[in-house]
Design a protein around this ligand. Structure first.
Ligand code: GLN
Length: 194
């Protein structure tokens, strides 16, 4: 099983380490042609405007929409979640526009720019260690979206069919259970299409 990490900007290496802990192969993705070899894709944290611009420049918008259209799983963390959203609060244009959520960028306030906590994630038995860095939150979800984590009344992890998103950075801790959850989505999809 091969899981790629979009390597245009942001936290790539840490995701690859976490993917490999699940037993899958992790690959940095810099060119659209590489998507063909993948069973799943992670869009990492970083800066969503910069990632969006580079995705447009290198043809990733159409290519990733097509990848998702084949039902292949995509996991967006932090800026990656913003890039997947259909709507960005404040009127900014969306990027991939795939997931039926509205996100608010940098939503946890200045004094809480960075923080860590343990959170319950639906489908994972024990709390997961979550690192938030200038994180977005999900302010609205469509009917197809399954909310997986609520923190202080705000939605911070959600899933819609083949799409998974988290406000926080699961790759920055040794806890790889959210990557395992994603790898299980990828495995289920790969098994269903064989
Ligand atoms: N604040 C960033 C943005 O809006 C996301 C931060 C992150 O990915 N850690 O794009």
């Amino acid at each position: 099983m091969r899981i790629g990490v979009l390597a245009l900007q942001g936290a790539v290496t840490e995701h690859i380490v976490s993917i490999e802990k699940t037993g899958a192969e992790g690959l940095p993705i810099k060119r659209v042609e590489q998507l063909e070899e993948l069973d799943g894709l992670i869009i990492p944290g970083g800066e969503s405007t910069a990632i969006g611009k580079l995705m447009r420049k290198y043809g990733f918008i159409e290519a990733i929409r097509d990848f998702s259209g084949q039902g292949k799983p995509i996991f967006g963390t932090c800026a990656g979640m913003i890039v997947l959203a259909k709507r960005i609060a404040g009127g900014e244009d969306s990027h991939l526009g795939l997931m039926d959520i509205t996100v608010a960028r940098n939503a946890f306030g200045r004094q809480r720019e960075s923080f860590e906590c343990d959170l319950d994630v639906k489908g994972i038995s024990e709390p997961v260690r979550a690192v938030f860095i200038r994180a977005p939150l999900i302010s609205e979800v469509g009917p197809e979206v399954d909310v997986l984590t609520v923190y202080n009344n705000e939605i911070v992890t959600a899933r819609q069919d083949n799409l998974l998103v988290s406000s926080f950075h699961p790759e920055l801790t040794d806890d790889y259970r959210l990557h395992q959850y994603f790898a299980d989505m990828v495995k289920a999809k790969a098994a269903a299409t064989q």
